[in-house]
Design a protein around this ligand. Structure first.
Ligand SMILES: [Fe+2]
Length: 220
């Protein structure tokens, strides 16, 4: 099945789409590229894009039928900014699954990274780390070749914990960190992370052979 795991198309809840008309226009474009299932993943607990869980649920109930009227299955998830408070909060999983899509600070490694992920797992959640290629502190430069990077041991430690890794489709062409994750078969899942029309984020082309490198279908 052709699945996009990550987008901000639930209207007026975060820094994504504002109007349902724009959501539907992007959904139509995604459908033309072969999309069959889409997870809406509005930000939760993000310091950069604040949101209100009650408002997310209200908008979801307002738009879920309209969004699901286009022969694409549209499900609600969220993109949870990892912080210790999430352990005491109601979290929105990916559809009916026990998967959580989790993002990290892009600035510095959270000192509680392994602890909070471990605690979420021990309460029964499975973790997908969103756009792993953005966390420069989880990669190390190799040799003198510009842009050549390797995943650090911390990525392998997360993987050993059972964490799955999502890479943005848009990063495949231009980000050496994304490329090394795909080449080493470390990346598990891809998503568009589409926010708005004209945001320069490519939609997943499901006819592109690179989509077959991902396991979206096995997990989501
Ligand atoms: Fe996102």
């Amino acid at each position: 099945m052709n699945i996009d795991s990550h987008c901000h198309l639930l209207p007026a809840v975060d820094d994504g789409v504002e109007e349902i008309e724009e959501s539907l226009a992007i959904l139509e474009e995604m459908k033309l590229k072969g999309l069959q299932r889409l997870y809406l993943t509005p930000h939760l607990f993000s310091p950069i894009s604040p949101s209100d869980p009650a408002e997310i649920m209200r908008r979801w109930h307002e738009f879920r039928f309209e969004l699901n009227n286009h022969s694409v299955e549209v499900l609600l998830g969220s993109e949870i900014f990892l912080r210790p408070e999430v352990l005491e909060s109601d979290l929105i999983t990916m559809g009916e699954s026990n998967f959580l899509l989790v993002e990290l600070s892009t600035q510095q490694k959270p000192h509680y990274l392994f602890e909070v992920i471990g605690k979420l797992q021990s309460t029964g959640f499975r973790i997908i780390l969103a756009h792993l290629e953005r966390y420069h502190y989880l990669f190390k430069k190799v040799g003198l070749i510009f842009g050549k990077v390797e995943p650090t041991d911390e990525i392998h430690r997360l993987r050993d914990m059972g964490v799955l890794f999502q890479v943005n489709w848009n990063s495949l062409d231009k980000d050496s960190k994304a490329r090394v994750l795909v080449d080493r078969r470390i990346a598990d899942i891809t998503g568009s992370d589409k926010h708005k029309q004209g945001d320069n984020r490519l939609l997943i082309d499901f006819d592109d052979d690179r989509y077959r490198l991902f396991l979206n279908d096995s997990f989501l």
